[in-house]
Design a protein around this ligand. Sequence first.
Ligand code: ADP
Length: 224
Amino acid sequence: MKPVVTARYLCKSYANQGKVLKGVDIDIRQGEFVAIMGPSGCGKSTLLHLLGLLHAPDEGSIEILGQDVTHLRQDQATLFRRNHMGFILQSNNMFPHTTVYENVEFPLIYRRVPRNLRADRIHGALDAVNLAGKVTAWSNNLSGGEQQRVAIARALVNEPQILLADEPTGALDANNSHSLMEVFQTICKRDNVSIVMVTHDSAMAQYCDTVYTLSDGRVVHSIS
Ligand code: ADP
């Protein structure tokens, strides 16, 4: 499988924090499901933010989809993210008083995809997260697990090659967490999307192809 992310010797400090990342190497292939684990404060979210081009590393390099993205300007990084990446957070940020369909349509309106091309993509994304039966439901009436799946469909509708997820099961019960992991696995294997997920839950990491464990800003363990 083709390399999607090649990150070398990533270092990052924050003011008054010292070095949070101290030389992290990470390799992600097409269709790979990757977990980043480790104790609170070890730098998991910082690493995810570097991979998502939300911050630049102080040292090291990041190549994504064959492009050196280490020193992109902010507007270039925004465009790169919009074209290639989706983000899923712990809280799913549904737009209130809207249907499931409208929630998933929003990124397509934002990208000026013509209306006649939107429906197929919206239905495809909702199929992928097993929500085909909820197209016309009001988002406020969905369970937490269903809302999180709408958030994933909203990220998928842009057809990203990479999904970055920060504790996506943090607000879900065990059943919903496990179904979400099955959805992620399907998206990786069927659609060849690479997923990088920060989690502190080893039961969720078991669904992944590769697990990177961070401690004090370094990778101490990587299991494929
Ligand atoms: P984790 O996700 O593993 O809990 P983080 O990457 O969120 O760890 O944070 C690692 C360290 O960096 C923590 O000590 C945190 O307080 C600090 N940190 C994270 N973001 C910032 C920021 N924007 N400014 C200053 N310190 C930060």
